[in-house]
Design a protein around this ligand. Structure first.
Ligand SMILES: C[S@@+](CC[C@H](N)C(=O)[O-])C[C@H]1O[C@@H](n2cnc3c(N)ncnc32)[C@H](O)[C@@H]1O
Length: 343
């Protein structure tokens, strides 16, 4: 057993479980109406399913029951499936539809948890910073259709989304033993622009069963009018604007711009503060700053509503009320301030 000191909390770690990302998808919530529609389309031409990271086989069991297709599994551990290192390559002679929940492990957390020796060969020479991206890359190389349960941070990542047809955010707890916020990402064949109702490269984004919009529409919300020439100073101990950049665990204090002091002590600010801070727009008067704070908060709430929160990164699972906590990155915070300087 390893022990990891993560923000002063000591957590026992099973190195094999962590390095293989063995957190099983015991809940069937991932197979919701939009994902089901996509899989029905995929099984028109390919009548079998493969999970190259099959674990206990929960995903395959559900797919076999619901679609009546043949299923195959591969795994690096256990004796239930043929052995294969699917982070290196995935054999798929029968062109099966891949349905999987690959291992998740960020390069930096592998180091922190002391398991980097077990996974270093995968990261060496790779541009990817998380095992699930390496896994997804191998899946996309091996199959025309891939349905993968992966971390929600995929949406904000630079991973190539040209084959992505559909994403559904799963808000409940999908896993038996971890709270990792997840999405189901559905990919179609390379070079295809339209697949039935699905547009590849401009995926439809759902929250569970509810359509939120297209990927482009949602992420365009992040690119607003920039007003250059006006200085905005972050992490300023004397800043007149407080910024709580994360939703609190209590579910009451949301991300907010605040005029003046809030629960964060100014003496604690560092250049690296990313969650709670103070900032300033030196050329504005106090009255203008107060107006700016009101407009910026209203703007933020509109962005949250229009994107169902997806333009904000998930932050550490759910709050006490069961809603997914979010973090506002400073690039977007700066853009919101900019857009409201003289609105
Ligand atoms: C997150 S679990 C998913 C299991 C299954 N898909 C599910 O959702 O129930 C990941 C699985 O991938 C396997 N695995 C980890 N690294 C692997 C590798 N390099 N090649 C093949 N399987 C691997 C682990 O043993 C584990 O069973």
């Amino acid at each position: 057993m390893l022990v990891s000191a993560d923000r002063d909390r000591f957590v026992e770690i099973d190195p094999d479980k962590v390095s293989r990302g063995s957190f099983y998808t015991t809940d069937g919530a991932w197979l919701n109406a939009p994902v089901r529609a996509f899989l029905s389309q995929a099984f028109f031409t390919n009548t079998s399913a493969l999970d190259p990271f099959a674990g206990d086989g929960h995903l395959l069991d559900l797919v076999r029951r619901e679609f009546g297709v043949a299923t195959f599994g591969l795994d690096i551990a256990g004796d239930k499936w043929a052995r294969n290192d699917s982070l290196v390559s995935i054999p798929n002679a029968s062109s099966s539809v891949i349905v999987t929940n690959p291992p998740y492990l960020a390069n930096h957390s592998a180091k922190r948890k002391g398991v980097d020796g077990l996974v270093a060969t995968y990261f060496d020479g790779s541009d990817y910073d998380n095992l699930y991206k390496i896994a997804l890359d191998k899946c996309l190389a091996a199959a025309d259709f891939v349905v993968a349960v992966i971390p929600e941070t995929f949406l904000l990542s630079s991973f190539d989304k040209s084959r992505l047809a559909l994403v559904s955010v799963i808000e409940g707890d999908l896993f038996a033993d971890t709270e990792a916020p997840a999405v189901v990402a559905c990919f179609g064949p390379d070079g295809l622009q339209q697949l039935g109702e699905f547009k590849l490269g401009n995926a439809s984004v759902y929250n569970g069963d509810a359509l939120i919009g297209s990927l482009h529409e949602i992420f365009e919300l992040r690119t607003g009018r920039a007003r250059s020439g006006i200085q905005i100073v972050f992490n300023d101990p004397n800043g007149r604007i407080g910024l709580r950049a994360v939703d609190s665990h209590d579910g009451v204090r949301r991300i907010e711009f605040i005029y003046g002091d809030f629960e964060y002590k100014r003496t604690r600010i560092k250049v690296s503060s990313r969650l709670l801070t103070y900032l300033d727009v030196p050329e504005l008067s106090d009255a203008q700053i107060q107006e700016l704070v009101v407009r910026a908060n209203a703007h933020l709430e509109i962005l949250r509503a229009k994107s169902s929160d997806l333009i904000l990164a998930p932050f550490k699972g759910n709050d006490k009320k069961g809603n997914r906590r979010r973090r506002l990155d400073y690039a977007l915070a700066r853009q919101i301030i900019n857009a409201n300087l003289n609105a």
